[in-house]
Ligand binder design. Structure first.
Ligand code: ZN
Length: 168
C-alpha cells in the first residue's frame, strides 16, 4: 500500500521545517510534540503544531492547525503536500480526523511523515492511500435532498431510530 521512499530534497526541507516547529507544540499533557507543514499548489506554505487542552477532547492536531491557518488566510489553492513530524523514532502518520481534513483541502496531496530523529525513516504516500473510500464533497452532493421550505429537517421522518411517541 504505502511506499517508503528516499525523501526528495523538497520532502527533506519540509520535514526539517516541521521538525523545527515541534519546539512550539503545546503538548503539556501528552508530551508528544507534533509539527506540520502544508504546501499549496500555488506554492504557499503554512505551519501548525498540536495544541492540547486540559479538556483533552479539545486538542487540535498540528495538521489541522496548519490547515486552519491556510483557510484563515483565505487560501483555497489545493494542498499538494503535507509534512508531519512527531516525537519518537517512527514516522508520525496523520490521525484519522486529520486524514479527512487533509482530503478536504488536498484530495491529491502527497503526505510525508517522519519521527523526530533527523536520520530516521520517512514514509511518503498519498492521502488517498491513507484514506481509502473517504467521504467527500462529491458524495455529499450526490446524496443531498432539496432543502425543505416548511422548516422541517430534511430526512427527519426517516431518521434512524425515529419512533412515534404520540405527540410528546
Ligand atoms: Zn490528527
Amino acid at each position: 500500500m504505502a511506499t517508503t521512499d528516499v525523501p526528495t530534497p523538497d520532502a527533506e526541507a519540509l520535514l526539517r521545517q516541521a521538525r523545527a516547529l515541534q519546539t512550539n507544540a503545546y503538548a503539556p499533557y501528552s508530551g508528544f510534540r507534533v509539527g506540520a507543514v502544508v504546501v499549496t499548489a500555488d506554492g504557499q506554505v503554512f505551519e501548525g503544531v498540536n495544541v492540547e487542552n486540559a479538556s483533552y477532547r479539545l486538542t487540535t492536531c498540528a495538521e489541522q492547525t496548519a490547515l486552519a491557518m491556510m483557510a484563515t488566510a483565505g487560501v483555497r489553492s489545493p494542498v499538494v503536500a503535507v509534512a508531519v513530524v512527531g516525537d519518537g523514532p517512527e514516522p508520525c502518520t496523520p490521525c484519522g480526523a486529520c486524514r479527512q481534513t487533509v482530503a478536504e483541502f488536498g484530495p491529491d496531496a502527497t503526505v510525508h511523515a517522519a519521527g523526530s530523529e533527523p536520520d530516521g525513516p520517512v514514509l511518503t504516500t498519498q492521502i488517498a492511500e491513507l484514506l481509502p473510500y473517504g467521504f467527500g464533497a462529491e458524495r455529499l452532493a450526490a446524496g443531498q435532498r432539496p432543502a425543505a421550505d416548511d422548516g422541517a429537517v430534511p430526512g427527519a421522518d426517516d431518521a434512524v431510530g425515529r419512533t412515534d411517541r404520540g405527540g410528546a
